[in-house]
Design a protein around this ligand. Structure first.
Ligand SMILES: Cc1cc2nc3c(=O)[nH]c(=O)nc-3n(C[C@H](O)[C@H](O)[C@H](O)COP(=O)(O)O)c2cc1C
Length: 247
């Protein structure tokens, strides 16, 4: 069976994971809850957003523990500037001795939208093309060819510097009076960084900047630096499935 390991905060990577599952079969596993090394699967697919020209913390931490004997295919998705992230993940995988066969990347709607709003028409256009983009990748995977990213200058230093500072983002979140203390943000945070204390939402110092709480708050009550910008959730998936394993 294929193991389709994914991280997703707003559903784009889950959308891709589900397409891979329906085309190639396999079990979808949410990385923050996955303690394995992929050894129980025949092949491993790693579906991840690009963060700061690199990858989310959970993916960064998962890579070195993956089973070196299993064939690994990575599918990255990003909002606009991939900046050598495909070569970066490939080089990390090589340095850990992983059996990496391919890295693909595709554009999806941007979710790092704390300070700006993506125009709706532009967003719709990207979503319209998502199906054919992932189908092209699936066809390439089916062909059996490998897809090694061209050697390029990565922005590794910038990535590591940003990664080191992601926790600062959490410091700038607060909630408005619209908050109904439903606890959804507490449950969905992949690092248990949010808690309800004396009926107040409290953000800790472990934020990994995924922005899941911000985008998926049912009342749009979580704000960043007092700004209220548009929220995004991939409209082509069932939001309640983000963070779940799917067989
Ligand atoms: C912390 C953070 C950093 C990001 N950095 C980049 C980036 O460097 N380049 C880019 O094109 N998109 C970037 N994005 C956008 C995401 O890669 C993109 O929206 C992705 O499709 C989100 O996937 P998801 O819905 O599965 O979480 C970033 C998003 C976040 C939250």
């Amino acid at each position: 069976m294929n193991g389709i390991l994914y991280f997703s905060s707003t559903g784009n990577s889950l959308y891709i994971a589900q397409k891979v599952q329906s085309a190639l079969g396999g079990k979808i596993c949410y990385i923050p809850k996955y303690n394995g090394d992929g050894g129980e699967f025949e092949r491993i697919f790693l579906i991840t957003p690009i963060y700061s020209y690199g990858m989310p913390s959970h993916v960064f931490d998962l890579l070195p523990r993956l089973d070196k004997t299993k064939e690994l295919t990575v599918i990255q998705n990003y909002g606009g500037m991939a900046g050598g992230a495909d070569y970066l993940i490939y080089s990390y995988a090589m340095s850990y001795g992983l059996n990496i066969k391919s890295v693909y990347k595709m554009k999806m709607p941007e979710n790092f939208t704390l300070t700006f709003t993506v125009p709706k028409l532009y967003l719709k256009g990207i979503l319209r093309k998502a199906n054919s983009r992932i189908n092209n990748i699936i066809e390439k995977i089916k062909s059996g060819d490998s897809n090694i990213p061209k050697k390029c200058k990565t922005k590794e230093k910038k990535y590591l510097k940003n990664k080191f500072n992601w926790h600062l983002i959490g410091e700038n979140f607060s909630v408005t009076q619209d908050c109904i203390k439903c606890g959804k943000c507490v449950t969905l945070c992949p690092v248990d960084n949010i808690s309800l204390q004396d009926n107040n939402v409290v953000f800790g110092d472990k934020c990994v900047a995924c922005l899941g709480c911000y985008h998926r708050c049912p009342k749009k009550a979580i704000i960043y630096k007092k700004q209220k910008k548009d929220r995004y959730i991939n409209p082509d998936i069932d939001e309640s499935q983000i963070g779940k394993d799917i067989t």
